[in-house]
Design a protein around this ligand. Sequence first.
Ligand code: WTA
Length: 567
Amino acid sequence: MSNFGNYEDRIKNFSWLISEQELGYQPGQPINIGWYCSDRVCQQGKGDKTALIWEGFGGEKKVYSYNDLRLYSNAFARFLTDSGIKAGDRVCLFMDRIPELYIGFVGILKTGAIAQPLFSAFGEDSLFVRLENAQTTAIFTQKKHVSKVRKIKDKLPHLKHIFIVDYDGKNPLQDREKAFSMEGLGGVEDYDVYPTYAESPSVLHYTSGTTGMPKGVQHVHYSLISQYLTAKWVLDLRDDDIYWCTADPGWVTGTSYGIIAPFALGVTQCVLDSGFSAEAWYRFIEKNKVTVWYSAPTAIRSLMKAGDEIIKKFDLSSLRHLASVGEPLNPEAVNWSIRVFNKPFHDTYWQTETGCILITNFPGMPVKPGSMGRAFPGITATVLNPNNHEPYPQPGRIGLIGIKPGWPSMMRGYWKNEEAYKNKFRNGWYLTGDRARLDGDGYFWFVGRDDDIINTGGHLVSPFEVESALLEHLAVAESAVVSKPDPINMEVVKAFVTLKPGHTPSKDMELDIMNFIRKKLSPLAMPQEIEFVDTLPKTRSGKIMRRILHAKEWGEEAGDTSTLENE
Ligand code: WTA
């Protein structure tokens, strides 16, 4: 029997009070995620239980108990407080998946400051716009990434502290830089956790927009109420589980379900800080006896590609429950997992903005391969008619996924962008920006995004951000960025480019531009193909029509092109 039990019973009796009571939270009293993730678990007598099993790139291993997590997160918190960091300040984590990332996140929240995790593969431009927008006060980083911070710090007057967690004394520290060694300092026994309340800000995650620069999604400490219960019921986490979430905490899955929920549940989780390889992944599951595995369709498709033979080399019988997030989970992937693991991947649908899983195939409920499943209790989800933003009276029609606002981990705003936030609501519904269809059993079937954002391997990339960066290349005159189909990543970035006079298209030019974007933005945002063209399709008012280029890539009808200038 799963933690979730029966859908109809759960819906009938549901209230978020269930979660509040399990967590011992009293409305109006302080609630601090950092405390829930460490001190409370120790108070429950689980101080000696393993919180984190970490394996590095070269196979090195570290293990931390809940008591270690408490002492070291206190060390982070004390260090920040002593450095003058105050509640509400933004503190960035810009690191690979090393233990300091997980423990530092908990430590930052204990001080009342806002944790701002950023993907460590970001180049200096991606890093800059996010630190500038958030007016970040301090950043934790590693030696290997500090050069990117150094390149932009003069343009960031708010950034007062650059903390290096693995400083070895070999090169001198520069202005504003300081070494911080979590284990070197040892644990701190007593730290007075800052009394944050339900609506105190907790985490700031940047996500891509279609038209503007990335938006900072603002979450609060009360989000724990949703994250805790969804992890318990959807991921089916139990006290004796060994849980592996493959997501990087630079993205929301890696914080909501890679730090907050498993630690608050007092579960043992493991982290593998290395790139993808089917062999390494299977070995990791075998070695750690992983029971619950939360991953993503691109990884699953990569495992499928590696073939079934390799699976036979490993004992994967510890696996009890599998779940997936981030992109459409194709039915072939579900059927494959039933065949090779003897259990399906359970799809989960949600967003940075929603903070927790909204729609899912629940454990114990029949999975319809290709469907995202049903709404979580307490979540009112529907498919809206795009013309009037009313729910369709009957299931079966394709429309916009709309959610009734008000669940605990709903974003509280976009950082300094009230207008973009307001624009997400129509007729009393929060618009996810995705299109889907509902069937007669209440299952949602994902259709696609309702905007130009590219979802490559589960990572959202803004065409606008890539186009802006392309224009900074000295040979590029104009650009348009769309997705193109890809068998593994589902879609990848493709750029159409016109060159300035004096520059000619060539393979070298293509590679040069690709490299330029990889360094400035990230490997994810780097176009996998650049097509040099003489002109780009534009409207009469001069706006580039990505729609036409997108349709061409996907072999679809372009729709109405009557306003095109150059046709
Ligand atoms: C997409 C990730 C299909 C969707 C947690 C959504 C999905 C965006 C699924 C959010 C799914 C997420 N099936 N598409 N199960 N889950 N998406 O903010 O377009 O990085 O709006 O949050 O990913 O991506 P984000």
